[in-house]
Design a protein around this ligand. Structure first.
Ligand code: MLT
Length: 263
């Protein structure tokens, strides 16, 4: 299914009924990463999983994708589906950066936040320089070196070593990202604002969920986020890396289900 928003067609999955649960994927991924959640949570929520612009089956448009633009895409996407009730917004990694931007602009549209494998901080100077280098590499060599460079870090070391199906699933999902999407998202993440000051102002229920073996965002950052957000809960998933929802779907879904039941 697709929703047309100005200039872009967004592909999405819409399954189940009840409170909308909007799942926002990370980089360079797409909604297929949420397959275990669509399957496992559609009995208690209306699970909505769009492909962000430039990712998966959504249009690949060139240009920088600031997190605010991606957040606005989500708001227009919800409008297109005539969903005006507040959603439970779950963003993983870059999806979390988008969730912060969405919360900043549309707090009234958020019933609760799930911050998965993400961070509030902006990129440090060396991180910004690296984003630029990666975007240049993608422009000259294509997305494959980006995928292969990121893949071992996306999963816990044990998952990468022992769980071939998940490794291949993650690789296949990443390979579907358009060059425009890779470049646009890298440059968008590079310029994102620091959301640390926002944390103390969040007045909606929040679940911070993180893999104990995340190699991209250290678990200490999740703990710091949880401590800064009034009333937030932290779930640390053992033996899971950055793609914790794919690596440990039963634990991830259990935590989300418990969170949804409290709302
Ligand atoms: C992601 O998984 O979305 C990215 O690793 C986030 C990032 O590069 O900061």
């Amino acid at each position: 299914m697709h929703v047309n928003i100005p200039g872009v067609s967004l592909a999405y999955t819409d399954q189940g009924a009840g409170r909308p649960l909007l799942l926002v994927h990370g980089f360079p991924l797409n909604r297929q990463m949420w397959a275990p959640q669509v399957e496992g949570l559609a009995d208690i929520a209306r699970v909505l999983a769009p492909d962000l612009r430039g990712h998966g089956a959504s249009s690949a448009v060139s240009g920088v994708y600031p997190m605010e633009l991606l957040a606005n895409d989500l708001a227009v996407f919800l409008d297109g589906l005539e969903i005006d009730e507040p959603v439970v917004l779950c963003g993983l990694s870059m999806g979390g950066y988008v969730a912060f931007a969405f919360y900043r602009y549309f707090p009234e549209r958020v019933a609760g936040l799930v911050l998965a494998a993400t961070r509030a901080k902006a990129d440090p100077p060396e991180g910004r320089a690296n984003r630029w280098k990666l975007a240049e590499k993608a422009r000259t060599e294509g997305i494959q070196p980006i995928v292969e460079g990121m893949l071992p870090k996306m999963l816990a070391p044990a998952t990468y070593r022992d769980n071939r199906p998940v490794v291949e699933q993650a690789r296949a999902i990443m390979q579907q990202t358009a060059l425009e999407g890779v470049v646009g998202a890298l440059l968008g993440m590079r310029g994102r604002v620091d959301s640390t000051a926002l944390l103390a102002e969040i007045d909606k229920p929040v679940l911070v969920i993180h893999g104990a073996a995340d190699q991209i965002v250290p678990p200490e950052e999740a703990q710091a986020m949880q401590e800064a957000i009034p009333g937030a809960r932290l779930e640390l998933i053992p033996n899971a890396g950055h793609l914790l929802n794919l690596e440990r779907p039963a634990l991830f879904n259990g935590a989300l289900r418990a969170f949804l039941e409290t709302l």
